[in-house]
Design a protein around this ligand. Sequence first.
Ligand code: FAS
Ligand code: PHB
Length: 392
Amino acid sequence: MRTQVGIVGAGPAGTMLAHLLARAGVDSVVIETRSREYVQERVRAGVLEQGTCDLMDAAGVGARMRREGLVHHGIELRFGGRGHRIDLSDLTGGRSIMIYPQREVVKDLTDARVSAGLPIYFEAEDVRVGDVDGDHPEILFIHDGFEHRVDCDFVAGCDGFHGVCREAIPRAALTIYERVYPFAWLGILAEVAPSSDELIYCSHERGFALHSMRSPSLTRLYLQCDPREAIENWPDDRIWRELQTRFATESDWRLAEGPIVQKGITPMRSFVAEPMRHGRLFLAGDAAHIVPPTGAKGLNLAVADVKAMAAAFAEFYRSGRREPLDNYSSVCLRRVWKVQRFSWWMTSMLHRFPDETPFDWRRQQAELDYVIGSRAAATSLAENYVGLPFDL
Ligand code: FAS
Ligand code: PHB
């Protein structure tokens, strides 16, 4: 088969790119290794930046998000047994965030793709990309036992950190920047109403903890743990005990507990592969970069990448201009590195590091105290958290 843009991966990056291209009249084919059910059930991100929500609206897929999502105008920083609200909307001229699970975003975009009868292949096997250096890139895969080849003008690598597209770029052509953190997040989904209306980022001497949510009846919680931890060592009662300890305040505030329906451990890293383009292969999202989830940026950064990529492809097919395509990597990386900085800063401020000294702990507490006491510092956190403008 032939198409203009072959898209590998049907996560947020791949499905958003396909949708934006379709609206611009650019043909694409999406190839995904997992089943539609798996991709739509995977528990991942939960926070959408204002810009992501605005793009969902503009792309005609925001209706359910607006109905079911939870708009938040602030977050709490909790340390020293006390909570301090950061008024995101007051500090950013009315911008906010939306709690709307990544899997719902992917479901909305996938439903739109399938409803439009546009090609998307789930459960593809042995996916390979070829001739990305040449003029005739192709994607090869097996589906329902048959070999398929997609001849394309361009390939979009939206296949995540463990995909095949970044690996198709000669190692000598890439510069890799990476920082692996000496801790991980143990995350749970609990069938209980959230204990707070907003997210709570908690710095505690035993480690970081985060209270988030998925709906008025589903709480999402994380606690910092050793990256070598096995989830089997964390029975439910141990998880709740540790969370209660870390979230405890001077008042009698307690975390509401309920049945844990999902638990897992996620490693933490900062990672960037430069450039995000090689020949006719363009990388987006986790295929090109990973941020520690402390800043709630992974999904939003993927969306920012494909917004730029879709515009560049649309301009190429409309006018033949190649400049936006040639500028794609540098345009994305300018935002990527600002988001890397913010995610690293939030992570470094809120987590305990095994090699830290008592000085580091006091410095971290002072940084938190500065953020809650300075409008300038709180504004810096807020404008990054709600999302930097796309056209920065
Ligand atoms: P994705 O990884 O989401 O999607 C890539 C897709 O490509 C997948 O569907 C995969 O099956 C498919 N694929 C892989 N190899 C392929 C191949 N060879 N051929 C075809 N398809 C292939 N971010 C946050 O902001 N907040 C969070 O709380 C958060 N939690 C996370 C928890 C976990 C366990 C993980 C792994 C990530 C988390 N993230 C979080 C980051 C996450 O949300 C990503 O940033 C986001 O999924 C990026 O989207 P994509 O770039 O589309 O990559
Ligand atoms: C989540 O709800 O999964 C979430 C929220 C904020 C973060 C990370 C994860 O910073």
